[in-house]
Write a protein that binds this ligand. Structure first.
Ligand SMILES: Nc1ncnc2c1ncn2[C@@H]1O[C@H](COP(=O)(O)OP(=O)(O)OP(=O)(O)O)[C@@H](O)[C@H]1O
Ligand SMILES: [Mg+2]
Length: 251
């Protein structure tokens, strides 16, 4: 579903945000992309979602070449950006309808897609609300509903649970898992909550200073009785507990 070779991004001014990343994600996997603030997670995601052009390397995403077949890639992926959110006072339903129209769906198809995504995310009945009247967890689920409206096969979520209380985080992860189990969705997400990544990801990748420093199923990485937090600290020299304040860069 994702295959990259030497994927790199050097920003103007010489910041090498992502350096020669090779990664692959299989269909139906939930993969956690972990790393300290500034490690290159969002930059990698923005490349994989066609929003940033790589400065080197190649990638295939959802069966299409990332650069040569941008449009096809965009049709097949959904993306919830770091810190994204709905306009605070527009009724959600109108926003969803607009989104469906932007994707060129008929009125009838839009209505069917809205019913489907709201049902999957347990939001049915809430679409007449304005976002400020919703809880933080509900708003994040609406962000995901937007990203799913055109029925993608691959979903990118950049810090979907940052700032949520533990119960809402657990609930959101359950929904992510249900999308995979019920719909076969492939999910590539970032998080600073490593206990959640441990519990819910089939595989995690750890990136630091733009390079992948570890990769594997959580159980494979947690050698010698360590937790994923310990592994992260050993590899990056930084505690994941210091993280979690989104920089919002690229969001
Ligand atoms: N548009 C940009 N121009 C220049 N440098 C950038 C730009 N966007 C990001 N960077 C730099 O690239 C590096 C990686 O940033 P990125 O946002 O990918 O990190 P991140 O892993 O998502 O961090 P966080 O956990 O804080 O969200 C950082 O050094 C950042 O300052
Ligand atoms: Mg980021």
């Amino acid at each position: 579903m994702i295959d990259t070779s030497g994927l790199s991004k050097t920003f103007k001014g010489g910041v090498e945000a992502v350096s020669a990343v090779d990664l692959s994600v299989r269909p139906g996997e939930i993969v956690g992309f972990l790393g300290p603030n500034g490690a290159g997670k969002t930059t990698t995601m923005r490349m994989l979602t066609t929003l940033l052009r790589p400065t080197a390397g190649t990638a295939t995403v959802a069966g299409h070449d990332l650069v040569a077949e941008q449009r096809q890639v965009r049709r097949r992926i959904g993306y919830v950006a770091q810190g994204s959110g709905l306009p605070p006072v527009s009724p959600v339903k109108g926003e969803l309808e607009l989104q469906g129209m932007l994707y060129g769906l008929s009125r009838r198809a839009v209505a069917a897609r809205i019913d489907d995504v709201l049902g999957r995310l347990e939001l049915t009945g809430l679409e007449t609300q304005i976002p400020v009247a919703l809880s933080g967890g509900q708003r994040r689920r609406f962000d995901i509903a937007f990203a799913l409206l055109h029925d993608p096969v691959l979903l990118f979520l950049d810090e979907p649970t940052t700032g949520l209380d533990p119960q809402s985080r657990a609930n959101l992860w359950e929904h992510v898992r249900a999308l995979r189990d019920g719909r076969g969705m492939t999910v590539f997400l970032t998080t600073h909550y490593l206990d959640e990544a441990d519990a819910l990801c089939d595989r995690v990748l750890i990136i630091d200073h733009g390079r992948i420093v570890a990769e594997g199923a959580p159980a494979e990485l947690k050698t010698g009785g360590r937790t994923l937090d310990d592994v992260f600290l050993d590899l990056t020299g930084r505690s994941p507990r210091e993280q979690g304040t989104p920089t919002g860069k690229g969001a």
